[in-house]
Every structure is written in structure tokens, then in C-alpha cells.
Design a protein around this ligand. Structure first.
Ligand SMILES: CC(C)(COP(=O)(O)OP(=O)(O)OC[C@H]1O[C@@H](n2cnc3c(N)ncnc32)[C@H](O)[C@@H]1OP(=O)(O)O)[C@@H](O)C(=O)NCCC(=O)NCCS
Length: 161
């Protein structure tokens, strides 16, 4: 069990972004369940360990504080998941992971990063907008929600601009 103080002491300067490994998945699941109303299952994470996926972990010392999952399809990267432990939010961890996703995807020949975000997810939308993403469409009823379905906004960041 990681104490709350461990997350509160997170400093961006001390963060390391490294590839996520299958042994991290139990910790990831703990963060995932706290992060989403409809979390991914463990088997969904395990299915992402494939050649055209990139899974990243942000760690502070030994403590995993956030992660991202990205799929590469031809020359497009698709951000499938990004999540930060609730105790470590608002300290720049999400931005740090996102910038790592962008720089590695660009370095690996992708031309843009696409994502879907719940219309109601103000924190994530603010992060993406601040990082230069723009909305290119909507997918009605894309997400399960407490009272039916919720629309997704589709956002893109084109590299090299
Ligand atoms: C979205 C998420 C990854 C952001 O991570 P974070 O580490 O808290 O974000 P950062 O501290 O790097 O903040 C980056 C930007 O996000 C926005 N943001 C962060 N916290 C916010 C808040 N409480 N209210 C509004 N905007 C906020 C701001 O634009 C912020 O930039 P600023 O500090 O210059 O104002 C995190 O809230 C999370 O894990 N949420 C649950 C999972 C989720 O919804 N993932 C996105 C799926 S599409």
C-alpha cells in the first residue's frame, strides 16, 4: 500500500517516463479504477502489449503515478488511455506523460496524435487544449455513462506545426 504522502510529494522534476511492463498492471488497475467510472479491465491492458502499441509509465522513485497507452496505426498515433493517480493530479504529471507520448510518436514517424475524450471531462479537455489539440468531430453515444451514453469529442494534434 502506497501512502497518500508519497503522491503529494511528487515533483515533475523527479518523474521518469519508462515503458510499462506487464508486472505494472496490478498497480495500473488500482489507479485505473480510481480514475474512471468505466475502467478498463486487466485483460484489456494485457492485450495492449503488442508491437504497434506503446505503453508508458510515469514513476516517482519506485512509485508508479500515471500511465498512457498509445496505438500506432500506419502514420497515426491514437491515445487510448492516459491516467494519473488522484493523489498526484494537478502537479504536471499528465502534461509530462502527454508530452512524452507526443515526442516519442513524432520521433517514431507518426504525423499526428488522435484521441477521444468525454464531453464532460473538463480536466482532460483543458489539458489537451492547452497542449494544442483541436476538436475535429464528435462521436454521439461513444461512452457508457451512468444514465445511458455520453458523446466523445475527437481531438487531434498534428505534429510539425
Ligand atoms: C486528465 C488527467 C490525466 C490530467 O492529469 P494531471 O496530472 O492532473 O494534469 P496536469 O497537472 O499535468 O495539468 C495539465 C493541465 O490540465 C488541466 N487541469 C489539470 N487539473 C485541472 C483541474 N482540476 N481543473 C481544470 N483543469 C485542470 C489544466 O489545463 C492543466 O494545465 P495548467 O496547470 O497549466 O492549468 C487526470 O486528471 C486524470 O488522470 N484524470 C482521470 C482519467 C482521465 O480522465 N483521463 C483522460 C481520458 S481522455
Amino acid at each position: 500500500m502506497v501512502s497518500t504522502g508519497t503522491y503529494q510529494s511528487v515533483l515533475k522534476a523527479d518523474l521518469l517516463v519508462r515503458p510499462l511492463v506487464p508486472d505494472d498492471v496490478a498497480t495500473v488497475m488500482d489507479i485505473e479504477r480510481q480514475g474512471y467510472s468505466h475502467p478498463w479491465t486487466e485483460s484489456v491492458f494485457l492485450d495492449c502489449f503488442k508491437d504497434n502499441y506503446r505503453l508508458w509509465a510515469a514513476s516517482h522513485g519506485e512509485t508508479l503515478v500515471g500511465y498512457a497507452v498509445v496505438a500506432y496505426m500506419v502514420d497515426e498515433a491514437h491515445l487510448l488511455n492516459i491516467c494519473v493517480h488522484p493523489g498526484a493530479r494537478g502537479k504536471g504529471v499528465g502534461r509530462h506523460i502527454l508530452r512524452h507520448v507526443v515526442s516519442t510518436a513524432a520521433h517514431e514517424g507518426m504525423i499526428q496524435l488522435l484521441l477521444e475524450v468525454r464531453a464532460s471531462n473538463a480536466m482532460a479537455r483543458a489539458l489537451y487544449e492547452n497542449e494544442g489539440f483541436r476538436e475535429i468531430g464528435k462521436r454521439p453515444g461513444y461512452y457508457p455513462a451512468a444514465n445511458g451514453r455520453e458523446e466523445a469529442l475527437v481531438m487531434v494534434l498534428e505534429f510539425g506545426q
